[in-house]
Design a protein around this ligand. Structure first.
Ligand code: NAG
Ligand code: NAG
Ligand code: NAG
Ligand code: NAG
Ligand code: NAG
Ligand code: NAG
Length: 244
């Protein structure tokens, strides 16, 4: 770290976490602020649902790479985010890749690793001597990870964390939590009936919403396009031959 400014950049995104944090440590000693260090924490980009429910007509085979995978929308999101970071940290982060300036770490999931890679493609487009193949506007940048079971930094919920389990247990006993279940018991029962899921609770119902959200954003779009195409065909066939 003798020259250049150390910059850490974490790309993360496990199951439930929805977090977007940028921390900049600044030196305020002489009144003038200087950026010294940046930590960025991201979730992955758009993904397919991580699971579905028994009565869902769109099972895993409906998704090109199956459940929990980064979609092309997600790839573009992170690529553009990388380009934005390039602009934001111009003058702070060197234009050329320097391994002393940046460290990238991801959870050990396909979608987070791929998000980090897409992001870095936007952040470090090769230029000049960095180009290793003129046909490819990309250069490899390392993305570090640790096995899921050993990840105590980016994975959530933490695997085998007694404190987390204790607090979670305590939370589930609070009046607010118990009330929430009590007040919505009919709704939870209806969702269980409709989805064919055995265990629908305050804690697990998010996944029904998540699955439907993913399906609406992608599958529904396909179906909508298909319908529009059909209506165009229909219109063409029903337009009188004299063109009126
Ligand atoms: C950027 O990296 C190049 C190559 O290592 C170096 O020559 C140059 O001084 C660096 N620029 C800055 C602003 O650190
Ligand atoms: C590539 O490097 C050249 C010379 O260092 C510089 O003038 C140019 O702006 C750079 N292009 C991009 C896209 O960064
Ligand atoms: C770049 O692409 C051209 C056209 O496909 C090919 O002829 C050439 O060998 C490629 N160059 C490299 C370095 O891969
Ligand atoms: C939390 O509750 C579960 C289920 O009741 C139990 O198996 C577990 O031992 C509890 N953990 C802690 C840390 O209290
Ligand atoms: C829980 O519900 C009971 C009965 O409806 C109510 O009296 C109480 O204020 C509620 N508590 C909280 C924390 O919402
Ligand atoms: C759920 O299904 C059960 C059994 O078919 C039925 O008795 C119950 O009324 C249903 N509940 C709701 C909220 O739809």
């Amino acid at each position: 770290m003798a020259h250049g400014i150390p910059c850490q950049f974490f790309c993360s995104g496990p199951f439930f976490l929805f977090l977007f944090v940028i921390l900049a440590i600044v030196n305020t000693a002489v009144g003038e602020k200087h950026l010294k260090f940046v930590t960025l924490l991201y979730r992955h980009g758009d993904r397919s649902p991580v699971r579905t429910f028994p009565t869902d007509p769109h099972q895993e085979s409906a998704w090109p790479q199956g459940f929990g995978q980064l979609t092309q929308v997600g790839m573009r999101q992170h690529f553009e985010l990388g380009q934005t970071l390039r602009r934001r940290y111009r003058g702070f982060l060197n234009e050329t890749y320097s391994r002393r300036e940046i460290l990238v770490r991801s959870t050990d999931y396909d979608r987070t690793l791929m998000s980090a890679e897409a992001n870095l493609a936007g952040l470090y487009p090769p230029n000049g001597s960095e180009v290793f193949n003129p046909n490819i506007t990309w250069q490899p940048i390392p993305v570090h990870t640790v096995p899921d079971t050993e990840d105590m930094l980016l994975r959530f919920p933490l695997p085998n964390c007694p404190r987390y389990n204790l607090l979670m247990n305590e939370t589930k006993k609070t009046e607010t939590f118990v009330n929430m279940t009590k007040n919505n018991i009919k709704f939870l029962e209806m969702v269980a009936n409709e989805t064919g899921l055995k265990d629908v609770s305050e804690e697990s119902i998010w996944s029904v919403y998540d699955t439907l959200f993913c399906e609406v954003s992608l599958l529904f779009l396909f179906e909508l396009l298909f319908c529009l195409q059909m209506s165009v065909v229909f219109t063409e066939n029903t337009v009188p031959s004299n063109g009126i």
